[in-house]
Design a protein. Structure first.
Length: 276
């Protein structure tokens, strides 16, 4: 499905894309094939696709896999997908809000891959929800804003490094990324995009019993970026416990949150959880 096909289909079915839903449909065939290649599709793969739109990526994924579950919020697009792929036994459609769906169900997705051109409006919160699941997908191959991809992959000490980096990397390790021009989408977004591959860790950064403490520390630490991390953590833990934990991890008392590494956040979590 190229740009002309998209225009024609939208006109024929009286579908108007909604900016508030972040609907930018990827149509460049070379980029679509490159995404499929990045996902290393195998015959027994089970695939999740969020925001399939008119099914351009779906069309490339279906021939080589076992099952594809597409989650589409827009009723008009969901009906188009239902009709377009109605004869494909490997295709399942959920007319749902993906954010709501993943928040309120406890499915084991650990064997699945998520391969999606994510709607810009939900990409960050959706990725955090997925990354903090007990049984999250084994791989994410996702198209999203280039700026968001850079934040996920950011290194300590950079302006991009922050809550999103640390929450997504709780369960995932960035693998590869390639940039995508706005011209590859309809309508064209005002920003560059990227396809990012994230592989699930062999084991989570911490036991799941420490997840709530870890997320609380990360969110508090970055609540005010210009403040020293120690001050941001006050109110949740006594000063004495914070100071002892930071000393044990060899962190300067004046350090800011963006200079603390992932492993150091993990160690802080263990120490502050023990003293809670």
């Amino acid at each position: 499905m190229n740009r002309t096909d998209i225009r024609q289909t939208l006109d024929e079915e009286s579908i108007r894309l909604t900016k508030s839903l972040g609907q930018n449909l990827l149509h460049d065939q070379n980029v679509l094939r490159r995404i499929v290649k990045a996902a290393d599709i195998q015959p027994n793969d089970e695939i999740l696709e969020v925001g399939p739109g008119l099914g351009a990526l779906t069309e490339h994924l279906l021939p080589g896999i076992k099952t594809l579950i597409a989650i589409e919020k827009d009723k008009r697009l969901a009906e188009h997908l239902r009709l377009r792929f109605r004869d494909n036994p490997n295709f399942q459609l959920l007319h749902r809000d993906a954010l709501d769906y993943f928040t309120h169900q406890d499915t084991d997705w650990s064997r699945w891959k998520l391969v999606s051109n994510l709607p810009y409006s939900v990409a960050s919160p959706l990725l955090v929800d997925l990354a903090l699941m007990a049984h999250c997908p084994r791989q994410l191959v996702i198209t999203l804003q280039h700026e968001v991809a850079r934040r996920i992959c950011a290194k300590p000490g950079t302006k991009e490094y922050g809550r999103l980096t640390l929450l997504v990397q709780y369960n995932y390790v960035p693998d590869s990324m390639f940039k995508i021009s706005p011209h590859c989408f309809f309508p064209e977004p005002r920003v560059d995009s990227a396809c990012l591959t994230l592989n699930r860790r062999d084991k989570p950064l911490l036991p799941n019993t420490l997840l709530n403490t870890y997320t609380a520390i990360v969110k508090r630490a970055f609540s005010q970026r210009r403040k020293m991390m120690r001050k941001n953590l006050r109110g949740s833990w006594p000063d004495e416990q914070i100071n002892e934990a930071m000393t044990a991890v060899e962190l300067d008392e004046k350090i800011r949150a963006e200079r603390v590494t992932l492993d150091q956040y993990a160690r802080l979590t263990e120490l502050l959880n023990e003293s809670a």
